[in-house]
Design a protein around this ligand. Sequence first.
Ligand SMILES: O=C(O)CCC(=O)C(=O)O
Ligand SMILES: [Fe+2]
Length: 284
Amino acid sequence: MTDTFQSKDIPIIDFSLFETNQSLCVQQIKLACENLGFFYLKNHGFNEKDVEETFHRIKLYFDQSHEEKLNYKINEHYFGYMDLRQEVLDFKTQKIGDHKESFNFSKFDDNYDPLAQILPPLFNEKKSLFSSLSKKCHQLCLKILQTLAIALEIPQSEGGKHWFEPKHSYDLKSGDCLRVIHYPPTVVNNDQEDIRAGSHSDYGSLTVLFQKDIGGLEILPHNSTEWVPVPIISNCVVINVADCLQFWSKGLFKSIKHRGIFVKTKPLSAATERYIEKLFTTNL
Ligand SMILES: O=C(O)CCC(=O)C(=O)O
Ligand SMILES: [Fe+2]
């Protein structure tokens, strides 16, 4: 027996409790956010086929030529294509940028940001699919924030369980972002300092993550020095608390450090390709 935190200790919360037994749901989410700031969520309400289709689309998108992708280069509003090695998540220790490319979507709202609604053709053809994913992730975050407002016992006069909502309205300008990420395959040397996504915490309120086929995400539980893998559990999304929520709760809810590592195939030490989708929810 060991009391070191392991992957199997990451809580798996059944979100159907939000409808059927809200106080139990609040209790479980509160505990997970206080202890770890990280949990799996099942029965989250996303249609599996739609999620599959978005993954299929992002593969088509990233399979395009580099030149084509650069036509929608990331702009000053932080929307568009981000090139391989452009982002350096762990800027204090990384010598080179992350081994990944990504595309950031704005919120899907013409009034909010008309220019950011102009998408590369392969995404534009399926705009309603991505728009619905973005809005559903946002709705999910609002429900989780509701459970946290109940947990914080925010008085009715201050907004009660709805306290977070006006600060996270979908039609308000904020750093909310749906991001799709491609980690290309590569050959990894054991002594190589290369990294897929450097160690960091997210900056907003909550993050929702969909992983497909290949894992690689690791978390660093608080007061620990050992990275813990986050295996893919089918039909579960991963939720993490980010810095702003930690700040708003005066440190009660923990923003967890995490990173993306290479998962190697044996015996070649080739790192397999990986795709993920994330929604970062950010307050005003
Ligand atoms: O590869 C992953 O799963 C981690 C990516 C991540 O944490 C991020 O992009 O903020
Ligand atoms: Fe992150």
